[in-house]
Design a binder for this molecule. Structure first.
Ligand SMILES: NC(=O)C1=CN([C@@H]2O[C@H](COP(=O)(O)OP(=O)(O)OC[C@H]3O[C@@H](n4cnc5c(N)ncnc54)[C@H](OP(=O)(O)O)[C@@H]3O)[C@@H](O)[C@H]2O)C=CC1
Ligand SMILES: CCCCCCCCCCCCCCCC(=O)[C@@H](N)CO
Length: 339
């Protein structure tokens, strides 16, 4: 092998075999980088926030509220939608107090297509749609009622369809004048890997990925860019509720990824949206998880594409170690609780 490399590089200026070997070692990654630079699709894009209409579902609490705060303070015109008008008014007050800016509020249930259409029409054409609403009721499937399964799929997945269907026609109008637009979907790390206690929740969040990948191909010609955000456990009113009935094993496995504050998640999400990233991880574990589950998702950054190409093998190895650890916890827990 070495002999053939030296033979290949036996030019007068590269008589030194070590030098030849070194330049070969550099040449291979540089060519791969350059190749990726040429082929990554869709191409990189910047999506401005300032002076644009940002519409956030589930914007009255937790991550959505933090997003509304940040978008408003960056000079966006912000609309938030949720079911409870009281919580919406409280959120509006809090944002006005902190930033001096008024957000528009819309009380509607994302499961109600007519109500959502009406809200979107009233709000006016959207530049950045953040589909963030979500419900999570963890339970082993065997112990969970189908009403709860349906509830999560309806709000998290069908609700996303309703929102996008309602918003898309006006989002497409005059794009060349208004600049690039974004549709961002709030998934979860439980939408990248199935977790004990999350059969319905994970299914609803994995569903968003299929929706997002297909949708990006359909709307790229309209200069609309899709982002999928994958937070770990995040300190929100929703999580406080969830913790009241979370199976122990769900908590143990979910703790594999460090918890975050809603503000931190909102910051990562917004910067991912602004750079048009398709996959938006929120912490380091999330970055590993995103590489491990890159699949055939688009990647706009040739640098990230390079990291994926180089690291995917070893990260699969790390992923298998995580699975080993999770199944060990399940075994231990079962032994302790079933005898
Ligand atoms: N917190 C966490 O640990 C994580 C959360 N996520 C995801 O992030 C998103 C936000 O979560 P989080 O901030 O914790 O949630 P919260 O429970 O704190 O807030 C949820 C928001 O969604 C709204 N909402 C719920 N159901 C509906 C509905 N049917 N129609 C319209 N609005 C609705 C709520 O308002 P109202 O009740 O008034 O309708 C509220 O504004 C969710 O999609 C969640 O799955 C992802 C990973 C981790
Ligand atoms: C290759 C190496 C990978 C390493 C990291 C793996 C970590 C996976 C942890 C998954 C945690 C899921 C939390 C879901 C939070 C959530 O959505 C609920 N709070 C409901 O909202």
């Amino acid at each position: 092998m070495l002999w053939s490399l030296e033979y290949l590089f036996e030019a007068p200026s590269m008589a030194d075999p070590n030098l030849a070997y070194l330049s070969f070692l550099l040449l291979v990654p540089l060519s791969i980088l350059f190749f990726l630079y040429l082929i990554v699709r869709p191409r990189p894009v910047r999506i401005p926030i300032k002076n644009r209409h940002v519409f956030i579902t589930g914007g009255s609490s937790g991550i959505g509220l933090a997003l509304a705060h940040q978008a408003a303070s960056e000079g966006a015109r912000v609309s938030i939608l949720a079911r409870s008008l009281d919580k919406l008014e409280d959120a509006k007050q809090a944002i006005r107090l902190a930033t001096g800016i008024d957000v528009a509020v819309f009380a509607a249930d994302v499961r109600d297509y007519d109500a959502v259409t009406k809200a979107v029409e009233e709000a006016g054409p959207i530049d950045v749609l953040i589909v963030n609403q979500g419900v999570f009721v963890p339970q082993e499937l065997e112990r969970q009622g189908l009403d709860e399964v349906k509830f999560m799929v309806d709000v998290n997945l069908i609700g996303a369809f309703n929102m996008i269907k309602a918003a898309l026609p006006a989002m497409k109008l005059n794009r060349s004048v208004r600049g690039p637009a974004s549709i961002a979907l709030m998934s979860s790390q439980a939408g990248q890997v199935g977790i004990y206690g999350y059969t319905a929740y994970s299914a609803s969040k994995f569903g968003l990925r299929g929706l997002a990948e297909a949708l990006q191909q359909e709307v790229i010609a309209d200069d609309i860019h899709v982002s999928l955000i994958f937070p770990p456990d995040t300190d929100t009113p929703g999580l406080v509720e969830e913790n009241k009935r979370r199976p122990q094993l769900t908590a143990i496995i979910a703790a594999s990824s460090g918890a975050m504050k809603a503000d931190e998640v909102a910051m990562k999400a917004l910067s991912g949206i602004k750079s048009g990233s398709f996959i938006v991880p929120c912490n380091f574990d999330g970055l590993l998880l995103s590489i491990a589950t890159a699949g055939l998702s688009p990647q706009r950054s040739f640098l990230m594409a390079f990291v994926e190409v180089v690291a995917i093998g070893i990260i699969r190895f790390v992923a298998l170690c995580y699975q080993w650890n999770w199944y060990r916890s399940i075994e231990k827990w079962t032994r302790k609780n079933r005898t």
